[in-house]
Design a protein around this ligand. Structure first.
Ligand code: ADP
Ligand code: MG
Length: 658
């Protein structure tokens, strides 16, 4: 009946073309589910039993049913009625699946599902006769709607001239468990989830990309061979599960953004083929044991589907809650039944009078279903969702950019052309700064090393000074007490003639005249004079000094140092000895040791001073000064008293100072 084909292909949706809604950019008009009826031919067994068909096609869209007990015929009207004389190719052309394919290519979500009693020809209509997926290919003439649609779609894509991404998934719902028919391992139960953007979806479902018809056919065969089938009274190869094969059609455009969820199928159309397991009366099919459990599960999910369709039909209750969550099947068909998809139902019935109650049930069910409406809408890319908002945002950014450029030019009066040179200069300068920092670091390292040396030297000097102060104090104590070891007259007192380095640095401490000689070189210590003596010793007029100059005002007797072996200086001294003595003398006078390096940043208050240098020296110098004062007064006392012993004569004949 070519009229039926023309009728379905040209009529489209009675309430408007859903594709137009995409171009209009608004939600699509209400579109009813398309229902076509397929009546399978009498099987050989039925013919053998002499059964008569209770179904009569009237025209291309009406089916008349004669009740078995007589009475008036009941008429059912569908989008197309295809009797048993129609070939698979006729069904493919008449059912309107190509229109769904076109819509899927334009981004719509489309679903084709078969519905009817078990053994009514659902699987045959979709994929051809059994055996299926057992390595025996279906003859091309008997290939079902799916294979024909695949071939048509691939051919259509080739002629589009635009890049299209094609992917496929295949699952079954068996005993309320979703199983991946394309999984790499054995099928395992997968969860059904929901989110706002995707609606219900199967998590971790394998989605395979394909480019050729052969690959897609292989995927189909793989799924068919894995699908659960069993034999019962009404069907030798009865499907025991609902099977969903989905083709994802992605058509990337320059405006399209990649999907936010990497695991999600690309934004685009999809075409889903659903082969429902048939409802069955357990008594009629003779199912027992596992078969009965499967039948109960199938019937429950079909009941949930029927319930959803009933609620969707009720205009008062359409906006209310639809219990899609009652079964996995209704979850996965929610978008097709009540959402934004385009749906085609192929209702399959058996002509056998024995099956008439179930046939009538299917016909009533299908009649109701074609009154269910959806609002087909192509899934929009994030860019397409809010073009106005994005355009506004872009304009704002452009304005901000212009404003910032203006500000930059105002700050830079020489113009934007110098900006590049400035950047280069800054880069060069940065490099120069880096080099400078490196050099400065090197310099600082050297300074730190010098400062550490100075600090070590200062510590050493401080230690020497401490020892000398202790020694001075010890001698002073001895000087205050009468000398017990050298009663006069007698040999020169040697009790305190402990050599103290450096020679001449220390005045004699014993009050007896013999101790007024240097214990090392035996020079009269009255002639000893520090170059800075005036700062730390009382100004004693030297009777031998020309012009009565004080000792401190005269050039030091030791400068230049006496040569070794000379009569006046029996023990030689090096120049460095004198230098050390002089430095020591300076330090003893409290002269502050100034570090050679610039000051470093202040450390924490409780930290020990790292670079104190001779910080301890002033203290020592004060003590030393006090000692000198005491020694000076002792000397003066000694000079004012006449010699009381032979100690007044020095061993080497040098007269004691007067
Ligand atoms: P269902 O899937 O609805 O349970 P099947 O598709 O398995 O039913 O078909 C049951 C039997 O009927 C199969 O043996 C199949 O070959 C046969 N059959 C169904 N429809 C047709 C048809 N249009 N032409 C010839 N045989 C058919
Ligand atoms: Mg089947």
């Amino acid at each position: 009946m070519p009229g039926a084909e023309l009728d379905m292909e040209e009529r489209g949706s009675p309430d408007g073309d859903p594709a137009r809604s995409v171009e209009q950019g608004s939600e699509g008009p209400e579109t009813p589910i398309q229902v076509v009826l397929r009546v399978r031919p009498m099987s050989a067994a039925e013919l053998r039993r002499g059964e008569q068909s209770a179904l009569h096609c009237s025209g291309t869209r009406t089916l008349q049913v004669s009740p078995p007990g007589g009475g008036p015929d009941v008429a059912f009207r569908f989008g197309a009625v295809l009797d048993g004389a129609r070939t698979q190719e006729d069904v493919f052309r008449a059912c309107g699946v190509r229109r769904l394919g076109e819509l899927a290519l334009r981004g719509f979500s489309c679903t084709v599902f078969t519905f009817g009693q078990t053994g009514s020809g659902k699987t045959y209509t979709l994929t051809g006769p059994p055996p299926q997926g057992d390595g025996v290919p279906v003859p091309p003439s008997l290939a079902g709607i799916m294979q024909r649609t695949f071939a048509w779609l691939l051919d259509r894509v080739q002629h589009l001239g635009a890049p299209v991404t094609l992917r496929a998934s295949y699952l079954e719902i068996y005993n309320e468990q979703v199983r991946d028919l394309l999984s790499l391992g054995s099928p395992r139960p997968l969860p059904v989830r929901w989110n706002k953007t995707r609606g219900f979806y199967v998590e971790q479902l394998r989605v395979v990309e394909f480019r050729s018809l052969e690959t897609l056919m292989d995927l189909l065969q793989m799924g068919l061979s894995r699908r659960r089938r069993s034999a019962h009274t009404l069907n030798q190869a009865s499907s025991r599960s609902h099977a969903l094969l989905t083709l994802y059609i992605g058509r990337p455009t320059p405006q399209q953004m990649p999907p936010a969820d990497p695991g999600a199928p690309p934004v685009g159309g999809k075409l889903c083929f659903v082969d429902l397991a048939g409802s069955e009366k357990v008594a009629a099919t003779g199912s027992r044991g596992e078969l009965m459990l499967e039948a109960n599960s199938i019937n429950r999910s079909l009941l949930a589907l029927g319930h959803c369709i009933s609620l969707l039909l009720d205009p008062q209750r359409k906006q209310s809650h639809i219990p899609f969550r009652d079964s996995k099947l209704t979850k996965l068909l929610a978008d097709s039944l009540g959402g934004r998809g385009v749906t085609l139902m192929v209702a399959c019935v058996s002509p056998s009078a024995q099956c008439l109650p179930e046939t009538l049930s299917t016909l009533r069910y299908a009649s109701r279903a074609q009154r269910v409406t959806t609002r087909p809408q192509a899934p929009k890319s994030p860019v397409a969702k809010q073009p106005q908002r994005l355009e506004t945002e872009m304009l704002q950014l452009q304005e901000e950019n212009r404003h910032l450029r203006l500000q930059l030019d105002q700050r830079d009066p020489q113009g934007p052309e110098l900006r590049g040179a400035r950047v280069a200069w800054a880069q060069r300068n940065l490099y120069g700064m880096l080099q400078e920092f490196m050099l400065e670091n090197e310099r600082l390292r050297k300074e730190i090393s010098q400062l550490q040396s100075s600090r070590d030297l200062a510590h050493d000097q401080q230690r020497v000074l401490s020892q000398q102060v202790l020694e001075l104090e010890r001698r002073l104590c001895s000087a205050r007490t009468p000398c017990q070891l050298c009663p006069a007259p007698g040999p020169p007192c040697s009790c305190l003639m402990v050599p103290v380095a450096p020679c001449h640095a220390l005045p004699p401490l014993c009050s007896c005249p013999c101790c007024h000689l240097c214990p090392l070189c035996r020079a009269p210590l009255a002639r000893w004079a520090c170059p800075r003596r005036e700062h730390h010793q009382p100004q004693v007029p030297d009777p031998e000094a020309p012009g009565g100059l004080p000792l401190s005002a005269r050039p030091p007797a030791w400068a230049p140092p006496c040569s070794p072996g000379s009569a006046q200086c029996p023990r030689g001294r090096s120049h460095s000895d004198w230098t050390e003595t002089r430095v020591l003398a300076e330090m003893l006078t409290g002269e502050e040791v100034v570090p050679s390096a610039p000051p470093l940043p202040m450390g924490p208050p409780k930290m020990p001073p790292v670079l104190e240098g001779g910080a301890g020296v002033p203290n020592l110098a004060q003590r030393l000064e006090a000692l000198r004062l005491q020694i000076g007064s002792s000397l003066r006392r000694g000079q004012s008293q006449p010699p009381t012993s032979k100690c007044a004569q020095s061993p080497d004949g040098v007269p004691p100072p007067h």
